[in-house]
Design a protein around this ligand. Structure first.
Ligand code: F6P
Length: 325
């Protein structure tokens, strides 16, 4: 009699992030190569509760390396936050013979992974979120693609901004974290960045924009993280009213930042983390997240990941105005 192969369940949860598909591909192909079965779970934890399972073969993940989004689809599940939903999910896993889970998602998804680990389910988390607010990894899957999307948008807006001598307010995602706004501010040469981690007044912003005009610039870029506390349209109106030298225009990037083909960096990160997640499960390691540390991918305890938030490095925030002189 041959032993039953180890069965890995893989799901994506929370907001999607470019690179989730390359990660699914890596998990499926590594799992199969190591003699395991891999089952795709649709719709995140919701699908786990409802038993939305299908076995994935190596060919089922063909052609997804370059696709944004997630072929497994994703959800933010309210039912799974309750003990009842978690109990039901564990029952479905057992019925289907799933031995361990690879969970790709952001902080909420990793909190769910920890809840399962505490109930003795074998789990490995993989950080996937454009916000880069997950503790225990230098960078999460999706961040690089999102940042490139913002940079491309600002590069294009700069042409028209300079031609008309305008100030542009560009709103980025990140309801609780300014990472994307700060880093995008550096790579796109923004003059001002507004983030949830700092408090500035409209008057301060108006003065900074006016100074930009006085320094002879033909445009000004203000990158406003959606969670900064300053409403982009209201700020635009205030700057018009205060007459800062430039006319103002607004671009809200929204979910454009979550889509698109993953960059080379994200494909590589996602592939490396997918392989390491499978290796963890097959070696009996549970309750950890794959995290990029230095040159390698480490295992970071989920307890630690969930207890801490990855904060923006304020040195980079200062760098925005330094380099915009
Ligand atoms: O957490 C990722 C994220 O894209 C945030 O930056 C953003 O605030 C939020 O998700 C948007 O969520 P939804 O897709 O549900 O509108």
């Amino acid at each position: 009699m041959t032993a039953k192969p180890y069965t890995i369940g893989v799901l994506t949860s929370g907001g999607d992030a470019p690179g989730m598909n390359p990660c699914i591909r890596a998990i499926v192909r590594t799992g199969i190569a190591r003699g395991a079965r891999v089952v795709g779970i649709s719709n995140g934890y919701e699908g786990l509760i409802n038993g939305e399972f299908r076995e994935l073969g190596a060919r089922d993940v063909g052609g997804i390396l370059l696709r944004g989004g997630t072929i497994l689809q994703t959800k933010r599940s309210l039912a799974f936050r309750e003990p009842r939903g978690q109990r039901e999910a564990i029952r479905k896993m057992n019925e289907f013979g799933i031995d361990g889970l690879a969970i790709i998602g952001g902080d909420g998804s990793l909190t769910g992974a920890l809840a399962l680990h505490r109930q003795e389910v074998k789990v490995v988390g993989i950080p996937g979120s454009i916000d880069n607010d997950i503790w225990g990894t230098n960078i999460s899957i999706g961040v690089d693609t999102a940042m490139n999307t913002i940079m491309d948008a600002v590069d294009k807006l700069r042409d028209t901004a300079s031609s008309h001598g305008r100030a542009f307010l560009v709103e980025t995602m990140g309801r609780g974290s300014g990472y994307l706004a700060v880093m995008a501010g550096i790579v796109s040469g923004a003059e001002i960045v507004l983030i949830p981690e700092t408090t500035v007044t409209i008057e301060d912003i108006a003065t900074a924009v006016e100074n930009t005009y006085k320094r002879g610039k033909t445009h000004a870029f203000i990158i406003n993280a959606e969670g900064s506390g300053i409403k982009t349209n209201e700020l635009a109106q205030a700057l018009e009213d205060l007459d800062v030298g430039f006319q103002t225009r607004v671009t809200i990037l929204g979910h454009i930042q979550r889509g698109g083909s993953p960059t080379a960096y994200d494909r590589l990160l996602a592939s490396r983390m997918g392989v390491k997640a499978v290796d963890a499960l097959l070696n009996g390691i549970s309750g950890v997240m794959t995290g990029l540390k230095g040159r390698g991918i480490d295992y970071v305890p989920l307890e630690e990941v969930v207890a801490t938030k990855r904060e923006v490095n304020m040195e980079y925030y200062e760098m925005v105005s330094l380099l915009a002189q």
